[in-house]
Design a protein around this ligand. Structure first.
Ligand code: DQA
Length: 143
C-alpha cells in the first residue's frame, strides 16, 4: 500500500465554483472520492487544503520526514509563483513532492510561467484539469 498526501493551496477550496472555464465544474470532494475509489487497496490518499502560506509550510514540516509517506502531490495555487518560503520547506524535507496544476500555467499570463517551487520538486504536472492530481499520484507511485 502506497501512502500519498495531496496538498491544495489558496482558493482551491472553491474548485467547482471558481472560474469554471479554467478550473472546471467538479469540486475537490468528488475528485478525491473518484481517486480513492480508483486506488482502493493500492494507494491511501489523504488531503489537506489551506489558504494560508504558513499552514502549508507547517503541514510540509509535519509530514515531510514521515518514512511511511511515499510522496506529496502539491498544488500550491498562486503561492507557486511567489513563495520562496514554500520552496525552502520543500527543499528541507525528505518526502518527494510533485508539483501539480489543473490549468496549463504556461499558456496563461506571464506571471504564471514562473514557478518558485519547480526546481525543488521531483517533477511537474500541469494542464490536465483535475486529472493532473491522478497523474501526480501515478508519478509518485512510479518513483
Ligand atoms: C493553479 C494555477 C495557479 O496559477 C493559480 O494561482 C491557481 C491554480 C492551477 O491549478 O492551475 O490557484 O495552481
Amino acid at each position: 500500500m502506497k501512502r500519498i498526501l495531496i496538498i491544495n493551496g489558496p482558493n482551491l477550496n472553491l474548485l467547482g465554483r471558481r472560474e469554471p472555464g479554467i478550473y472546471g465544474s467538479a469540486d475537490m470532494e468528488s475528485c478525491l472520492a473518484a481517486l480513492r475509489l480508483r486506488y482502493q487497496g493500492s494507494v491511501e490518499i489523504s488531503y489537506f487544503q489551506s489558504n494560508h502560506e504558513g499552514a502549508i509550510i507547517d503541514k510540509l514540516h509535519e509530514v515531510g520526514f514521515d518514512t511511511e509517506l511515499d510522496g506529496i502531490v502539491l498544488n500550491a495555487g498562486a503561492y507557486t509563483h511567489t513563495s520562496l518560503a514554500i520552496a525552502d520547506a520543500i527543499a528541507a524535507i525528505k518526502v518527494a513532492v510533485v508539483e501539480v496544476h489543473i490549468s496549463n500555467v504556461h499558456s496563461r499570463e506571464e506571471i504564471r510561467h514562473r514557478s518558485m517551487i519547480s526546481g525543488v520538486c521531483k517533477g511537474v504536472v500541469a494542464g490536465f484539469g483535475l486529472d493532473s492530481y491522478r497523474l501526480g499520484i501515478e508519478a509518485i507511485a512510479a518513483l
